[in-house]
Design a protein around this ligand. Structure first.
Ligand code: 3EB
Length: 349
């Protein structure tokens, strides 16, 4: 891509902010968080996700702490920042930060007895879609869904499937151009806590991509639940300054079937093949090499059973994906047989 005409002075506060862009994401150690959050100069915090590591209450932007314990390294906290002024809002349990180009929001809903997860999810998505439209950031670009006890049954239907029912209903009703406009998403199971979501929306329309090795999730047959999972395999967002690629949760699914039941190593290899296929699709769509070293690249690896970590790490090490970029989290995945899932954010200048 041509170099950006309107570069602003690069920030020096953190290595991953060296280039100019209105949105950045980095993983920082807890002790690096206060200076990053309260510095008077750019970058400004937009949202914080801590993976189970407790945070002080003094965080000037939307924050969620899903119960997804980090494994294999000391705690790291995900921080989304902006090099532009940020305005924050709070409306009950929905918090947002906006910088003129991006809106990042969090929503957190407690489950009450008698209120099923499909209804709760429907409410959450209704509010999200209403809010981003009202705020002028109508394009939903990426969603993380943290769903407690995702594989448990609730009144005869698995909670993940209930989640899919509520999500589908709200998005089908309110998202223009559904299902083509569905964003990349992750749905991962937590051991405790409310239903939590982190979502990215923009003033600018992105491009949503499929994976030629996989059926679109929103076209899965009803064997996987009464309503299909409403997400795209990847979302590509471009401005004059940079390209952001959001790769959705990517597991050992080929066509629509789970592969390599019982083998974490083989599931990892299959997930990597799926990520590579998505990278190739995206690279063709925007003439960018998403594997080049100068990109800022962050992958998350969700691991169902921590004791399988060594097998998974070994499989990742032999892959073309950059080894330094992995954050490992223990989480339940939305089909019981899936043992590992990958997701990525790549920023290319
Ligand atoms: C799959 O490919 C694996 O329901 O939002 C991965 C990422 C999966 C996100 C979702 C589901 C979701 O079908 C499952």
């Amino acid at each position: 891509m041509a170099s950006a005409p309107t570069r602003q002075a690069p920030s020096t506060s953190h290595d991953t902010h060296r280039t100019s862009s209105s949105l950045r994401v980095a993983y920082v150690e807890p002790r690096a968080l206060p200076p990053l959050l309260h510095s008077m100069s750019a970058p400004k915090p937009m949202a914080v996700t801590s993976f189970g590591y407790p945070l002080s209450h003094d965080i000037p932007c939307p924050v969620i702490v899903p119960d997804l314990p980090q494994i294999a390294s000391s705690p790291l906290i995900e921080v989304w920042t902006s090099d532009r002024l940020v305005r924050t809002t709070t409306d009950g349990n929905l918090a947002t930060a906006m910088n003129g180009e991006w809106l990042i929001g969090t929503i957190s809903l407690d489950e009450r007895p008698g209120h099923s997860l499909d209804l709760l999810t429907y409410d959450a998505y209704q509010r999200i879609l209403h809010h981003i439209n009202e705020a002028g950031y109508p394009s939903l670009c990426r969603v993380w869904n943290y769903v407690p006890h995702i594989n448990d049954e609730q009144d005869g239907l698995e909670r993940y499937r209930r989640f899919c029912v509520g999500r589908h209903q709200a998005l089908a009703e309110r998202l223009p151009d559904f299902p083509d406009s569905l964003p990349a998403a992750t749905a991962v199971g937590t051991k405790s806590g409310p239903l939590q979501m982190l979502f990215l929306a923009s003033i600018k329309q992105p491009v949503h991509l499929g994976n030629p090795r996989q059926v679109h999730a929103y076209e899965y047959p009803s064997d996987y639940g009464p309503r299909s999972p409403s997400f795209a395999r990847a979302t590509l967002w471009q401005s004059g300054r940079n390209t952001m690629l959001f790769i959705a949760g990517t597991a050992s699914v080929v066509g629509h079937a789970s592969r390599h039941i019982g083998s974490p190593a083989d599931q990892t290899h299959e997930s990597i093949r799926n990520v590579m296929a998505v990278l190739e699709q995206a690279g063709t769509a925007c003439v960018t090499d998403f594997l080049k070293d100068s990109n800022e690249t962050l992958y998350k690896v969700y691991v169902r059973h921590p004791e399988t970590l060594a097998d998974i790490v070994r499989a990742l090490r032999t892959s073309p994906l950059p080894a330094k970029s992995f954050l490992f989290l223990q989480g339940d995945l939305c089909r019981r047989e899936l043992l590992i899932e990958l997701e990525g954010v790549i920023v290319s200048e």
